[in-house]
Write a protein that binds this ligand. Sequence first.
Ligand code: HEM
Length: 421
Amino acid sequence: MSDIDHRHPKAEAAESNGGTHRAAVEERADADGPPPDTVEPSVRAEGKPPTGDTAPPTTGDGDGDKPPWRRRAWAVIDERLGLSALRYPVPEHANNIAWSLGGVTASVLLVLIATGIVLAQFYNPTPEAANGSVRDIITNVWLGSTLRGVHYWGAQAMYVLAVLHLLRVFVTGSYKRPREANWLIGVGMLALVIGAVFTGTVLKWDQESFEALGHNLEIGEFLGGAGLWFSADLSKSIPLLERLYVAHIVIIPGLILALLAAHMLLIKRHGISPDPSLATATGDDAAVEVAVETAEPVEPFTHHLRRVGALGLIVIGVLGVLAVLYPPGIGPSPVEGIEVTKPPWMFWWLYTIENWFGIQAIIWASAALFALLAAVPFIDRNPARSWRKRPVAMTLLGLVLVTMIVFTIITGVSSVASHLG
Ligand code: HEM
């Protein structure tokens, strides 16, 4: 049976669009020199990822309509910076919102870095001054409350977007060969995002921070030598709060950026994974990658970047509104020896587990979740990518999600007194 026989009607429609698209590209090439979004048909027909390395230099977007001076200026810049290499082809489905979630997460990361840099000019990480300096940012620094609000809501958004992105990757089976390593890099980034939320919570140095730090110390103690970094004993000269600050502003963002660079390089290397919904209803999924690669229209990556940028701007607008309408609060300086707050909501499922099994269970539960996440590409031997053909994986995902949501709700409706009692 030929590839065509295997194709879903959506893929066939896509192919006819692709034909039109390619014809338009070729027409433009005749009029205007080498086309900016030239696809390498031979490469794509073999199902290999588009490399874009051979993309010809171009004069920019819609070059033909631009005045000659702009085309010349672009040529001068491009010759030196090679920006036209960014115009390598990506399949159209990469522009769906679900497939753009990783890009939007990256946009929010930029917002967090930008607002974090400004906040760092006014924040004082010493235990005596930390709480007061945050209050100062809120009341005395121009736009300080809004900036802090955007940083706070940006952190929530980054966590939610990274989890939604993970769910998309899981549901579309995009972690399967050859993308296992990129899944692992993603798992590492998720752990770092959670670490950033945790260390950020400690920085404001109110009661919630202090109790979070208490958990940090107990976990460090339980881990023994391995927990030394988390304990106050590591350094006699630098308070733990200051070390957590260094982790929050240097170590964690630095590691996230390094992993993100590797994530991007691998996405470029493998190409974006195929959309299983464009696949045949009956055929075997191993053939899908090739079938979809040849059938689906493509666009230059720069168009995808523009769309992700637009989505990112919408998210930033929402963060601004949230920052003004619901600015994050701050409590008074902490009191030792009491427990009267709940942690940030993303830790609530762990709070329920701690309630039932004690503080050490927090480590076991988090370790089990991350071990399971890391193992996903290696234990799932089913070659299918469509969720409909992966009942075991989908059931497992459902069980984990329902458990985490129910545990989160239990903490949401319970009082702190029951946590202590
Ligand atoms: C924490 C910040 C993260 C950022 C900024 C990020 C960014 C991205 C971007 C821009 C893409 C391109 C496709 C898309 O946008 O959907 C992508 C793909 C991918 N990501 Fe992430 N990601 C993050 C976290 C994760 C996590 C938590 C996982 C899984 C555990 C993951 C696994 C993957 C995989 C396997 C791909 C390739 C998927 C494909 O080709 O369809 N990423 N990521």
